[in-house]
Design a protein around this ligand. Structure first.
Ligand code: NAP
Length: 440
């Protein structure tokens, strides 16, 4: 058996602690599989005195993760501190600069500096592995980087944020409002105290930028992504979706179009019988469309200490075995600038829910505005208002009545123009709800 692979671990939180546990628990099996043992020799975190679930006495302690990265006793830096800047960035640069391999779970850092770090890793001939950065325990990075023919991808989309999927699932299954489900997600530890990063789609956008670069060879550029969160989704939308044969999911989508690579994160209607629609709760899923291949969907735990640590350990095991792929599956220096496909040019079907004023001419006005933008309707449903409701608030002449429309493929621009005109005509109340439909 060869000499052990010596690991420096920066970060001892949810993921770092689970990495220590998994490496200890799987020590012999991993050694047998890799042909050499994997040993953590040194660690770093913010607070040395903090009580932790693992015994850390046998590891050398570093107050500064950058010093840990430079220390000659380690061959691999495992960065699980998080954060888009220093010390994570400085520590990774120090390790790569010193010719050491790096494993990281840090999507925020990769989304911002991934290409530069990949160029550095390639110039030193060392690995930069980041399986845990997207989809937690799902091996989606390896699948895109090594498992499929990289030139043939046409679209990649997925449920990349467990918190959002949990909220949408609970809303639908237990008939609860968004705010109640969010509170429940926070209570269960699925959502942060400040949940906006998750529910407004930014976490999904960071992960999508990594997937898009792997799939299409574009430079990582989260700013090129159109982002819309789930906080405006109501039970009425989920009910209408179910009635029309759809389910609402927060998807990250990257797709090759004639105008460039379209990258977008938004609530999306997916066909209820599709693989991605079956994914409920905190589970994540990614579907890959490639030429000449039926769609491939990978489903699994998107977060959590052990699931994420399993991806980290698999990355370390590759290094122990001497397996090294280019970080983004192609030379990073040749990744191309993203030609951002403007969202106004997005084409697809749309779900539109609006509150139409119940008075003569409303339907004709809405129909005229849609026709002016060459939007045709696949279906239109006017919700009946019950006798009780009619007697109380809505349903009297002039009061709003919910109308739900599904359009045939049209452009984002056309939908926006038509709805602005309808609002100017004052035949609807409030803002129309618009949800894009993804063919799948
Ligand atoms: N949690 C998940 O389910 C999950 C899933 C996928 C990816 N990830 C990614 O994995 C990484 C770690 O996440 P986590 O949930 O394990 O985070 P966490 O529980 O907050 O742990 C962060 C760790 O980093 C240490 N740390 C933070 N700032 C530091 C600094 N300036 N110097 C030294 N150490 C520092 C902290 O030290 P103290 O303990 O002393 O405070 C802590 O041990 C992040 O990039 C995250 O995006 C997490």
């Amino acid at each position: 058996m060869s000499a052990p692979l010596k690991v420096g671990l920066a970060g001892l939180g949810t993921v770092g602690t689970a990495v220590v546990q998994l490496l200890e628990r799987g020590r012999d099996k991993l050694a047998a599989r890799c042909g050499r043992p994997i040993e953590i020799v040194a660690i770093s975190a913010r607070s040395r005195g903090k009580k932790r679930d693992v015994d850390l006495k046998k590891f050398r302690w570093f107050d500064d993760p950058v010093e840990l990265a430079r220390d000659p006793s380690i061959e691999v830096l495992v960065e699980v501190m998080g954060g888009a800047g220093d010390p994570a960035k400085a520590a990774i640069e120090a390790a790569l600069g010193a010719g050491k391999a790096v494993v990281t779970a840090n999507k925020a850092l990769l989304a911002r500096h991934g290409q530069k770090l990949a160029v550095l890793a390639e110039s030193r001939g060392v690995a930069l592995n980041f399986e845990a950065s997207v989809g937690g325990g799902i091996p989606v990075i390896k699948t895109l980087r090594e498992g499929l023919n990289g030139d043939s991808f046409t679209r990649i989309y997925g449920i990349l944020n467990g918190t959002c999927n949990y909220i949408l699932s609970r809303m639908e299954q237990d008939r609860l409002a968004f705010a109640d489900c969010l509170r429940e997600a926070q209570r269960l530890g699925y959502a942060e105290a400040d949940p906006s990063f998750d529910v407004e789609g930014h976490d999904t956008a960071q992960k999508l930028s990594i997937l898009a670069s792997l799939a299409f060879g574009t430079k990582l550029d989260p700013a090129a992504i159109y982002v819309e969160g789930i906080s405006s989704i109501t039970l009425a939308d989920l009910d209408a979706a179910a009635e029309l044969g759809y389910r609402v999911k927060l998807l990250g989508v990257a797709v090759k179009t004639e105008a460039g690579i379209e990258q977008r994160v938004h609530p999306t209607m997916v066909l209820r019988e599709s693989a991605i629609a079956q994914v409920m709760g905190v589970t994540n899923a990614v579907t890959v469309d490639a030429q000449g291949l039926a769609p491939i969907t990978l489903v699994g735990p998107g977060a959590g200490g052990l699931a994420t640590a399993s991806a980290v350990v698999s990355d370390i095991a590759d290094i122990a075995r001497g397996v090294r792929a280019l970080p983004f599956g192609r030379p990073a220096a040749r990744m191309t600038a993203t030609r951002k496909a403007p969202m106004q040019h997005h084409e697809g079907g749309y779900y539109i829910r609006l509150l139409a004023r119940d008075r003569p001419g409303t339907a004709a006005t809405i129909a005229r505005r849609l026709a002016q933008q060459k939007i045709s309707l696949e279906s239109i449903v006017q919700r009946h208002v019950s006798g009780a409701e009619r007697a109380s608030t809505s349903g009297r002449s002039g009061q709003p009545v919910p109308v739900i429309m599904i359009t045939y493929a049209t452009s984002e621009d056309a939908v926006r123009r038509a709805l602005s005109a309808v609002r100017r005509d004052r035949v609807i109340s409030g803002r129309p709800q618009v949800i894009r439909i993804e063919k799948n």
